[in-house]
Ligand binder design. Structure first.
Ligand SMILES: Nc1ncnc2c1ncn2[C@@H]1O[C@H](COP(=O)(O)OP(=O)(O)OP(=O)(O)O)[C@@H](O)[C@H]1O
Length: 288
């Protein structure tokens, strides 16, 4: 099924994928978050994130952009429960997040598939780990194989797939577990420009169908504008929120939205915020 047909799916089928209902999603609230790392040898402290507060509504697609090394991944990892914050709280609904959980799944830049499992068995793996019988897990996985356009590749092993196909398996593997929140850490950064664009279009279509709550980190400003409802611009390290920019481009979005005049305006605004923070960082470091 092509992108346009996908976007024309009825509202009913958008929210009821093959009869498997999505879990109820709660609001993700981050309050006054601070993250510091201590060098165990020298005792030196690196402050990566400082006083960040964000609310992400169910079904919202939010992206974080900022300079390299400013603290984006540390922030995302804290929400994944992989990094312990030094200050502040993270909540999903009423539940405080203090470690990894099935309600959140992370997709990293590198696909890290299990090389001894074929495509379908990589996708069923998370469900099997949770105690689901393979036959049942297979039913769920087959649905996602179609969604990520890998029908026909079920029996292929990771070494037989391109980088883009591996990342599609990775995304299907994350979605099949039906997390409440999908965390994406530069998911397409390792791909060439054309594959990256294809994957962005596919993610756009996938999100329109699932309306999953997504928090993504990226270096690509156009990627952030294309996909997001809101872009949060982080300052240079330690990361603070410089500005939250609402992306009020119409939905459902199609790839051609890149030609929309507001697309350029929004991208330029974000670019300018990041570059201003880069200049300030140089001024501070060289005491200009
Ligand atoms: N486990 C760690 N121990 C010590 N310092 C860390 C650790 N993880 C990250 N840092 C430091 O925290 C700061 C922020 O790193 P982080 O990876 O979050 O930045 P980023 O914005 O995601 O960078 P990039 O865009 O280049 O991936 C950096 O100075 C980094 O060296």
């Amino acid at each position: 099924m092509g992108l346009i047909e996908n976007l024309r799916l009825s509202k009913k089928s958008m929210f009821n994928l093959g009869g498997i209902s999505e879990p109820k999603t709660e609001k993700l609230s981050v309050s006054d978050l601070g993250i510091s790392f201590e060098n165990t040898k020298t005792g030196a402290i690196t402050d990566a994130v400082e006083q960040v507060s964000i609310n992400i509504n169910p079904g919202e697609f939010v992206t974080i952009v900022g300079l390299s090394g400013c603290g984006k991944s540390s922030f995302l990892n804290a929400i994944a429960g992989l990094v312990k914050p030094s200050r502040g709280t993270i909540k999903l609904g009423d539940k405080t997040i203090d470690g990894p959980g099935q309600d959140r799944t992370v997709v990293f830049q590198k696909a890290s598939l299990l090389p001894w499992r074929n495509v379908i068995r990589n996708i069923t793996y998370g469900l099997e780990l949770r105690g689901m019988k393979y036959k049942d897990a297979l039913n769920h996985a087959e649905e996602y194989i179609e969604m990520v356009n890998l029908k026909g590749y079920e029996s292929f092993f990771p070494y037989q797939l391109s980088g883009g196909m591996q990342q599609r398996v990775n995304i299907a593997r994350a979605l099949v577990c039906k997390p409440e929140v999908l965390l994406l850490d530069e998911p397409f950064a390792a791909l060439d420009a054309i594959t990256r664009e294809t994957m962005q279009n596919e993610l756009l279509s996938l999100w329109e169908k699932t309306r999953k709550t997504v928090l993504m980190v990226t270096h690509q400003i156009d990627e952030a504008v294309l996909l997001s409802d809101r872009v949060i611009v982080f300052s240079a390290k330690p990361a603070r929120i410089l500005e939250e920019i609402k992306i009020d481009l119409p939905r459902p979005r199609i790839p051609e939205i890149r030609a929309h005049v507001d697309f350029d305006l929004l991208s330029t605004k974000i670019w300018s915020l990041i570059h201003t923070s880069a200049r300030k960082k140089v001024d501070v470091e060289y005491e200009i």
